[in-house]
Design a protein around this ligand. Structure first.
Ligand code: ZN
Length: 346
């Protein structure tokens, strides 16, 4: 048995999204049913439905930046009640037993199941948050503080945790000198979160056009990297460089902006192989690292941190029939800074 709910998704790789229906399973004892209010649009959604990230079963509803209201809970659920505002991010299942799950880092579990386009242990194929409702295990559901507007909270479930986790993991705090490369959906969250952690934040962005917004998000400096010698002028300035740009980068030039013991962390996935002279590391004891979303407990911590600091995504709310247009605009970087779909329009 299951419930049929309205959704939007792609009927095939590279096809425009259109309305269809998905089946949500009947509640198991540890399940929560959420009536979705908003779902953010992430670049991963676009990369998945174009087929760029491999074969999927079709039709597929993407969406892993989900906020809504709990409308039913299973018999063994203790942490959520009907009426609670709840969120679901990039994962909906993991083994629960491996060292990573036990450490609250479910994102590294070999049996982790993503919110859409993957298969649960019982064979259910996951369909994402471009839908009226979702049924999720309590262990993968988080509380969204009521003070956060829901549409601004939705992108926190992916863009927020993706930037919070590395800033937290590498100990960014009062006085840290942080550079955020790129100020799109991820970058504009990284700037706000790093600034709220007490860091001195510089935005490294291609053009000068986002400077006023960067300062409004809490940055104290802005470097337009398209200007001749811009990165050379930032030599050995930063403790931490967070790269949110998937376009090809001159990694060596960015590494040169790190101080001794500085770390450059990638949360975007440039297609180009990494290349930089080894002396970029030895000379200043620098590191080049990556980071992938964050664990469930850490996602809750991030949401509480954002509520405490009054941080949210800057969103443009759209109706479902504008999803394809939104995807086109995202490809042209024409969004400030995230789209959120009003789920009442599915
Ligand atoms: Zn995402």
């Amino acid at each position: 048995m299951s419930t049929t709910v309205r959704a939007w998704g792609a009927p095939g790789a590279g096809k425009p999204l259109e309305p269809f229906t998905v089946e949500r399973r009947d509640l198991r004892p540890d399940d929560v049913r959420i009536d979705i209010s908003y779902c953010g649009i992430c670049h991963s959604d676009v990369s998945t439905v174009t087929g760029e990230w491999g074969e999927r079963q079709w039709p597929l509803a993407p969406g892993h930046e989900i906020v809504g209201v709990v409308s039913a809970v299973g018999s063994e659920v203790t942490g959520f009640r009907v009426g609670d505002v709840a969120g679901v991010g990039c994962m909906v299942d993991s083994c629960g037993e491996c060292e990573y799950c036990l450490a609250g880092e479910e994102q590294f579990c070999d049996r982790r199941v993503l919110t859409y386009g993957q298969t649960m242990p019982d064979g259910e194929y996951t369909q994402g948050g471009y839908a009226q409702q979702i049924v999720v295990r309590e262990a993968f559901t988080v509380h969204v503080p009521e003070t956060l507007p829901r549409e601004m909270a939705a992108p926190l479930l992916c863009a927020g945790i993706t930037t919070y986790s590395p800033l937290h993991h590498w100990g960014i705090g009062e006085g840290s000198r942080v550079a955020v490369v790129g100020m799109g959906g991820l970058g504009h969250m990284g700037v706000q979160i790093a600034a709220a952690m007490g860091a001195e934040v510089t935005v490294l962005s291609h053009s000068p056009s986002k400077k006023a917004d960067a300062l409004r998000f809490g940055a104290t400096d802005y470097v337009a990297t398209s200007e001749e010698g811009a990165l050379a002028g930032a030599r050995r300035r930063f403790d931490f460089v967070l790269n949110t740009v998937a376009a090809p980068l001159d990694f060596a030039a960015y590494l040169s902006t790190l101080r001794v013991d500085g770390v450059m962390c990638n949360v975007a996935l440039p297609q180009q192989p990494f290349e930089a002279p080894v002396r970029m590391f030895t000379n200043q004891r620098r590191s080049f690292v990556g980071s992938l979303i964050g664990g469930i407990a850490e996602t809750q911590e991030m949401l509480d941190f954002c509520a405490e600091n009054t941080i949210g995504a800057q969103v443009e709310v759209i109706a479902a029939d504008r999803i394809n247009e939104a995807y086109d605009r995202m490809m042209r970087s024409d969004v400030k800074y995230r789209f959120a779909i009003d789920a009442s329009t599915f």
